[in-house]
Write a protein that binds this ligand. Structure first.
Ligand SMILES: CCCCCC/C=C/C(=O)SCCNC(=O)CCNC(=O)[C@H](O)C(C)(C)COP(=O)(O)OP(=O)(O)OC[C@H]1O[C@@H](n2cnc3c(N)ncnc32)[C@H](O)[C@@H]1OP(=O)(O)O
Length: 363
């Protein structure tokens, strides 16, 4: 999986205006040791960035961009891009936030950041002895199989498990793998305090050479495939909603066979309105709500009991129910994906992304 996605990212990064990346060394700042990276170190770091196997994410790319500009041109004195030019504005904000940071320090910070990215990329690709090989295959998920249950955990807790482009693809692959493995049940849950904060809004920053129209088209195809993989999933699928859920993570709950929510999942944001887990249960979107203090224990005891039920009978029951509505679900999915393609280009969508991204760009 990593091997398949990495070259795609590298190619995109080489074309992308955000390809130049960096991160200040906390240790150096705290100790005040004035180390200086040579021009050669800097040039090596520029080459190293292109060899990174793992996409460092837009936030890091912005830091690298800002440090690169500061190291090579000094403080930002370019005119501020317009509000709708949100990629260039995010880049401008990141560079401008470095103020009068000396060129040498920016160069050193750039070298340190690339070095930290290279070492974490190497260590993340190492297989730990004795661990399940499957756990190493995904950047944004942890997938385990035990006692007849395959558990897919959304694993970007520092980003509230927001779903980035790679994670959409990983979820599609993980569902495909789970549909063919020996498990009886498949569970989706989140790591950390959130279940999922929905679509990663920085996805909109990664514009392909074909421009925003092409991006909208790619997003629509990805959304259709993503939702389609839930519609077609052949075994019982359970959501263990461990905390707040937003956007796309809420809208797909209807495609699960059971949804267990902690009463801490008080922000199931749909229709622009916060819905408690209890209210979502009353509306039929959630199967059952548990007190947060006993949520994991109660839910997993129940799931383990379900996993002892006859495997084929459960699978066939699910398929009989789903087959009745599958065609319709796919038709609605295709329609919604095509509407998304248009809506991605609307002022409302662009403004929402600009607002969120401009707040984050103040590094
Ligand atoms: C293929 C495309 C298909 C698109 C389909 C259509 C889908 C639509 C949707 O899903 S709409 C929903 C989009 N989500 C949001 O609008 C949520 C945005 N996030 C927030 O409002 C807040 O972050 C929060 C309420 C989830 C949590 O707030 P708080 O507790 O104050 O934490 P922080 O804001 O500091 O967040 C921590 C950290 O996470 C990053 N983050 C959170 N959510 C997202 C997100 N959706 N996209 C990207 N990044 C997110 C946030 O920026 C912080 O990161 P940082 O510490 O700044 O690096």
């Amino acid at each position: 999986m990593v091997a398949r996605l990495a070259p795609r990212w590298c190619l995109r990064a080489l074309r992308s205006p955000l390809q130049v990346i960096g991160f200040p060394s906390l240790q150096l700042h705290m100790s005040g040791i004035a180390m200086r990276a040579s021009q050669e170190d800097f040039e090596n770091a520029l080459n190293q960035v292109k060899l990174l196997k793992k996409d460092p994410g837009n936030e890091v790319k912005l830091k690298l961009y800002a440090l690169y500009k500061q190291a090579t041109e000094g403080p930002c004195n370019m005119p501020k891009p317009g509000v709708f030019d949100f990629i260039n504005k995010a880049k401008w904000d990141a560079w401008d936030a470095l103020g009068n940071l000396p060129k040498e320090t920016a160069r050193q910070n750039y070298v340190d950041l690339v070095s930290s990215l290279s070492s974490s990329s190497e260590s993340s690709n190492q297989v730990q002895p004795g661990t399940d090989r499957k756990q190493q295959e995904y950047e944004n998920l942890v997938v385990t199989s035990e006692d007849g249950i395959t558990k897919i955990t959304l694993n970007r807790p520092t980003k509230k498990n927001a779903i980035n482009t790679q994670m959409y693809q990983e979820i599609i692959l993980a569902l495909k793998a789970a549909s063919n493995d020996d498990s009886i049940l498949t569970v989706v849950t989140g790591n950390g305090d959130y279940y999922c904060s929905g679509n990663d809004l920085t996805n909109f920053m990664d514009i392909p050479p074909g421009g925003v129209e092409e991006k909208a088209k790619q997003s629509a195809v990805l959304l259709r495939d993503f939702v389609g993989s839930f519609i077609d999933f052949p075994k019982p699928l359970i959501a263990v909603v461990n905390g707040p859920a937003m956007g796309i993570s809420v809208t797909i709950l209807g495609l699960f066979d059971a949804v267990y929510a902690s009463d801490r999942a008080t922000e199931m944001l749909i229709f622009g309105k916060k819905l408690t887990a209890g209210e979502a249960c009353a509306q039929g979107l959630v199967t059952e709500v548990f007190p947060d203090s006993t949520f994991q224990k109660e839910v997993w005891t129940r799931l383990k009991a379900y996993s002892k039920l006859p495997k084929n009978a459960m699978k066939i029951s699910k398929q009989v129910i789903r087959n009745m509505e599958k065609e319709k679900l796919h038709a609605v999915n295709a329609e919604e994906s095509s509407v998304l393609q248009e809506r991605c280009l609307s002022d409302e969508c662009i403004n929402a992304a600009v607002n969120f991204l401009s707040k984050r760009a103040k590094l």
